[in-house]
Design a protein around this ligand. Sequence first.
Ligand code: ADP
Ligand code: RBF
Ligand code: MG
Length: 427
Amino acid sequence: MRDDNDCCCVIFDLDGTLINTEAIVDEAVVSTIKTMKKSVSEREIFDAAEDCRGQRPLEASVELCEKLFLHDVVKPAELLTKCGEKLQWDGIDIPDMPGAVRLLEFLKRKKVPMALATSTSRKELEKKMKSTGRTSDDGKHRGDLLSYFDAICCGDEVAKGKPDPEIFHLAMERLGVKREDAGRCLVFEDTPHGVSAAKAAGCCCVAVPSLRREKFDMYKCADRVYHSLMDIELEDFGLPKFEDWKEVKTVEFVKEDGDASLSSQTRKYERFLKLDAFLELTGPVIRGFGRGSKMLGIPTANLDVVPLKQQIDKLAPGIYFGFAKISSGKHKSTGIHRTVMSIGYNPFFNDKRKSIEPWLLREFEEDFYDETLSVLVCAYVRAECNFTTVENLIERIRKDARVCEEALDLDLVEGLDSWKHWFDDDV
Ligand code: ADP
Ligand code: RBF
Ligand code: MG
């Protein structure tokens, strides 16, 4: 049933929300400022750069100069030029944020009007869109990202940038939404400045933070905070519900503490989402944090994230399942093993580094450190969460394993045929 409060259109921020430019920008900013003022540390620059995200470039530069007391070495406009020289975007492959294309495709198919409200200037936007193109395997060029939108609003089209609401007012006007209906526009933002702007415009705002977890307090005024675009429940906002989650009808769903979603109140079963493109991760098994078997009774054969960074950045941090095989060393040719894994920061342990932790769902007599492990990541189960007790964490991980077993027993994951070579090679 339709409700007057249901959202009728969606407005997206670009950088950090749909495309992953933040790390590239931070790197340019840090390396530029480092050569100008030796007394500020990389850590301080990075920290300040994070807080300035979401604003138009010049305004961000002004704030950065203030925060880092750069007035004696550089003026904001000059800092911007210097960083800009490093950020030509040509030949850089800007990745999509995980889940962005799935969300855009779905909304387009459901004919939900969409606008882009970016602090980037039109000229800069065009450069970003030309940049060598999409890493996604669908063969589309990055420029196609703009084809999803019924309206595109850039930072140089407004008098005041975010956190001012003007750009969202402009987007609404171009979508033909009246000011008094602002609450029916759903905005997706990754920065506190963007969230403030959307809320000041009266919109409903979902935040998918690009800032570190320590700073999540800054998203307080968002209507909902999600770990990634994969976790959005559109029906909570009166929009059409995603149709690609598959339920595992033998594993009962139990709502976690602190789960604010409305739709989960009626969920009965656990579920998973097949990935559009399966991801192969291969490397030697390394030593992890030394707590998997000891503390949880759940050994995880960790892979080194450094050489796999580009690949895992395509995935939202979270819990996944798929298959694993050991392709060198003593355990070579022990076959294909089902595996459930965490790829992320393990909030329960508050890890500062990302880790890749596959638990192979069978017993091994001995460990297999340094042997080559190849994992095929096929489906997403859930975001990582925190738990009040270690028992709850263990119980949840065991449940993830049941989801994996059931989904594979019942052949619910489609598309494995095209990976036949992976299953046949070397096992
Ligand atoms: P670490 O913190 O070093 O990763 P763990 O306690 O997580 O230590 O144990 C992981 C190690 O245990 C793996 O590297 C692997 O050699 C071994 N192991 C034994 N059985 C399994 C299994 N079923 N799944 C994953 N690793 C296993
Ligand atoms: N750690 C968390 O902090 N939160 C989680 O939700 C979580 N889920 C996991 C799910 C699976 C399937 C596995 C294998 C691990 C998970 N862990 C999680 C990671 C666990 O903390 C980690 O493997 C141990 O800390 C060992 O390093
Ligand atoms: Mg481990």
